[in-house]
Structure formats: structure tokens, C-alpha cells
Write a protein that binds this ligand. Structure first.
Ligand SMILES: Cc1cc2nc3c(=O)[nH]c(=O)nc-3n(C[C@H](O)[C@H](O)[C@H](O)COP(=O)(O)OP(=O)(O)OC[C@H]3O[C@@H](n4cnc5c(N)ncnc54)[C@H](O)[C@@H]3O)c2cc1C
Length: 388
């Protein structure tokens, strides 16, 4: 073991008070969110009741520092909570994930004034943020975005025009972190906060998706939307760094969501296999079913270890943290996809119908390979860091 890679026990020894909080999140998830999951998926409605539950129990305060009313308990604690919620409902896990994604640009790069204006009301759960980077023609390659902002010298305001795509929390967010070109010749991007009530802002239509149906995904547009200088996050022209610096952390949320989805599917498939009788005995006694369950649990346990290590490295601001964050996202999401397909197989025909939750787990797992940077992009990022 190299001097820069501490033993794992040192890395993520979880204090008892954090374990107690995770136990509370697990209880809320199992007792109050799980009974709602099938309905949330069927109706594709944003679960305001679950959001309120998470806010009232300080779960939405997890991504924030104590000075802004947050829990101040760090990355590992946050992602353990995401995992517990995703075990029963991946859409509801996104409520917590986007509470981080849409506010982290301000936390990491924003002025003290922006922090004081936005973070405390996010920590209480009163406000929901959104992170608006992707566009119809610019997903994996955000530098090719078309949304642009120009400075009106007369008023000192920035005027934003353009269209975003695939934006989680569209329509329900109180403010959007919007990335726009501010120098097309030099290809420079700037990050802005746009409040939902700014004139010229339209939250747009929502998508009809394969999974995570309780999480709204939309196409907000900006027509001559004016924001003051104070709404610039970080430096003018440094917005791509704001976006990538944020995603470096928040893709751990996608990894935690994937681990939770996988574990939820395993728990259900295992319980089912113990009850389902074929050829006179429970299918759990069949070697081929045992083989599936063993591989499913092994992959998920390995993904969880990688995730927790990546979280611990992020909390220590270790130089290896970005690489581990990408590796955790890549491995956990690919594992979740494989595990949930196998969970459907364990249930046979019952796995393929909506009366049983495993087909939902399989549909929900797919997005973890796509957002927060596709897995193809994660492979590029990991290799690039290895070659440095
Ligand atoms: C449900 C949902 C929620 C989302 N939420 C948000 C959000 O809140 N905010 C936000 O900004 N975005 C969000 N996204 C957007 C998401 O991050 C993008 O979809 C993703 O980055 C991929 O971009 P794209 O869809 O344009 O695909 P493309 O970039 O067009 O990629 C298409 C395919 O080509 C591959 N590819 C592209 N470039 C390369 C390369 N250089 N090397 C190898 N393969 C490559 C990709 O991996 C992919 O397989 C969301 C998407 C979805 C579906």
C-alpha cells in the first residue's frame, strides 16, 4: 500500500452518530417511501410528500455545511443516505441528489452573498435547485453549448438566451444554475443563477421516460432573461470549470443511487427465491439461482466498497478523488444494470410485470449509466488521469 493510499478502515470508519442517522433514513425509506414507490412510478408525479418528509427529517440538509444550516457531515454520509433511499425508490433518491447537484456550484465557487442568499433555504428543503448544463446538441461535449449570455453595458445585467435539455427538477426548481457562453470566439462559458420567476424563463415540457419517472426532466428555455452581476457564480469565463468541478463530486450520487437500486433488487429477489416453489422446493435451493444471487451480491458489495472509498477520498480532498469518483460511478452503474436484469430473471415471468418491483429497478438502473457523464466518458476520464 502506497503512502498516499491509507488503509480502508482509516478511510471510512463511520462514527456511531452517522450510523444512527443512516438508520433513521433507512427507516423513513422502508416505512414511508417504499409504500409509495409503485404509485410514484405509475403516475410519474413529483412526490412532494416525500420531499417534505426528507426536509422535515434534515435529510435534505446533508449536502450543506453547518454554517449554512446544513448537517456538515460530509460526502460519505450524504451518499449513504442516497443509497438507503434508492434501495426503495430511485426517483426519491434524486430529490436528495439534485439538492446537492444544483447547489454545489454555489457552495464550491459562489460569492459569500450567493451562499447566504441560496444555501440556507436549500438546507431546510424550502428551495429546490436545478443544474442546467446539457442542451439538445450538447450533452457529453458541453463546450459546444449554444446558450449564450451578453453583458448589457447600460444596466450592468447579463442577458441570457438559449435552450437546455434533460434538466432534472425542471418545473419544480426555485432556481437554476445555468451555463452559458459569454465569449463565443474564445469559447468561454460562465455559470449564472437564474431564479424561476425571471421574465423570459420557461420551464418547458417534461419528458416521458423509461425510468425514474417521479423525477421531472425538462427543457427549460431562456428568452432575454436578465440577471444581475451578483448572480454570476465564480469568475466570468470560468463556468466550464464550475460545471466539471461540480460533477466530479456529484457523480458519487449516481454511484450511490446505483448501489441502492442494486441492493434493493437483490433483497427483493432473495426473499422471492426463498418463497417461490418449483419442482417441489424453493428456487433458492437451485444452484443456478444461488449462483446468480451470489454474483449479484458480490458485484454490489464491490461497488459499495469503491463508492465509500471514493467518498472518503473526496472528503479528504485527496488528489486521487476525481479518478475514484469516476471509477465508482462507472462500476456501480454497470453493476446495477447487470444485477437488476438478473433480478428480473430470478423472478421469471413475475419479474416482467408491474405487480412486482424488480422491472422498475431495472428501468431505473439504466439512467445511472447515462447521466452525470456517460460511462463512455467516465472511461475516458479515468484513462486520462492514469496517463498523467
Ligand atoms: C433523466 C435524465 C436526467 C438528466 N439530468 C440532467 C441535469 O439535471 N442537468 C444536466 O445538465 N443534464 C442532465 N442530463 C443530461 C445527461 O447528463 C446527458 O444525457 C449525458 O451527458 C449524455 O449527453 P447526450 O444525451 O447528449 O448524449 P451524447 O453526448 O450525444 O452521447 C451519445 C452517445 O455517444 C457517446 N459519446 C459521446 N461522446 C463520446 C466520446 N468522446 N467518446 C466515447 N463515447 C462518446 C456517449 O457516451 C453516448 O453513448 C440528464 C439526462 C437524463 C436522461
Amino acid at each position: 500500500m502506497s503512502a498516499t493510499t491509507p488503509a480502508y478502515a482509516e478511510l471510512y470508519d463511520v462514527p456511531q452518530e452517522h450510523k444512527d442517522f443512516v438508520a433513521l433514513v433507512r427507516q423513513l425509506a422502508q416505512e414511508q417511501i417504499a409504500p409509495r414507490s409503485a404509485e410514484i412510478d405509475a403516475t410519474a408525479e413529483y412526490p412532494w410528500d416525500v420531499r417534505k418528509l426528507l426536509a422535515e427529517n434534515d435529510v435534505l440538509a446533508l449536502p450543506f455545511a453547518e454554517e449554512f444550516g446544513g448537517m456538515g457531515t460530509g460526502t460519505l454520509m450524504l451518499q449513504m443516505a442516497v443509497e438507503e433511499i434508492a434501495k426503495v425508490d430511485a426517483s426519491c433518491a434524486l430529490i436528495l441528489m439534485v439538492q446537492e447537484l444544483g447547489s454545489l456550484p454555489i457552495q464550491l465557487f459562489g460569492s459569500q452573498e450567493l451562499k447566504e442568499r441560496f444555501l440556507p433555504r436549500c438546507a431546510t428543503g424550502e428551495w429546490s435547485p436545478a443544474f442546467a448544463l446539457s442542451e439538445p446538441e450538447a450533452g457529453s461535449d458541453p463546450a459546444s453549448m449554444r446558450t449564450h449570455a451578453e453583458l448589457d453595458e447600460a444596466t450592468g445585467e447579463w442577458v441570457i438566451n438559449g435552450q437546455k435539455n434533460w434538466i432534472t427538477n425542471a418545473g419544480i426548481a426555485d432556481f437554476y444554475v445555468v451555463f452559458a457562453k459569454t465569449d463565443r470566439e474564445a469559447n468561454r462559458i460562465t455559470a449564472f443563477v437564474v431564479e424561476k420567476d425571471r421574465e423570459g424563463f420557461d420551464p418547458g415540457q417534461l419528458e416521458h421516460k423509461l425510468g425514474i419517472k417521479g423525477s421531472p426532466t425538462g427543457q427549460p428555455s431562456f428568452t432575454d432573461v436578465r440577471v444581475p452581476q451578483e448572480n454570476v457564480i465564480g469568475e466570468v469565463g470560468r463556468g466550464l470549470g464550475v460545471a466539471l468541478g461540480t460533477l466530479e463530486h456529484t457523480r458519487l450520487g449516481a454511484a450511490a443511487q446505483a448501489v441502492g437500486i442494486a441492493q434493493g433488487a437483490i433483497d427483493y429477489a432473495l426473499a422471492y427465491a426463498k418463497e417461490r416453489i418449483a419442482f417441489g422446493k424453493p428456487i433458492a435451493q437451485l444452484p443456478s439461482i444461488q449462483d446468480k444471487l451470489a454474483v449479484m451480491q458480490t458485484k454490489t458489495a464491490a461497488a459499495r466498497e469503491l463508492l465509500y472509498k471514493a467518498c472518503a477520498l473526496a472528503d479528504r480532498k485527496d488528489p486521487q478523488a476525481p479518478k475514484y469518483s469516476s471509477m465508482a460511478k462507472l462500476f456501480a452503474s454497470d453493476s446495477a444494470m447487470e444485477v437488476t436484469v438478473e433480478a428480473v430473471q430470478v423472478l421469471g415471468g413475475y419479474g416482467y410485470v408491474k405487480e412486482y418491483p424488480v422491472e422498475r429497478y431495472m428501468r431505473d438502473a439504466k439512467i445511472t449509466q447515462i447521466y452525470e457523464g456517460t460511462n463512455e466518458i467516465q472511461r475516458l476520464v479515468i484513462a486520462r488521469q492514469m496517463l498523467r
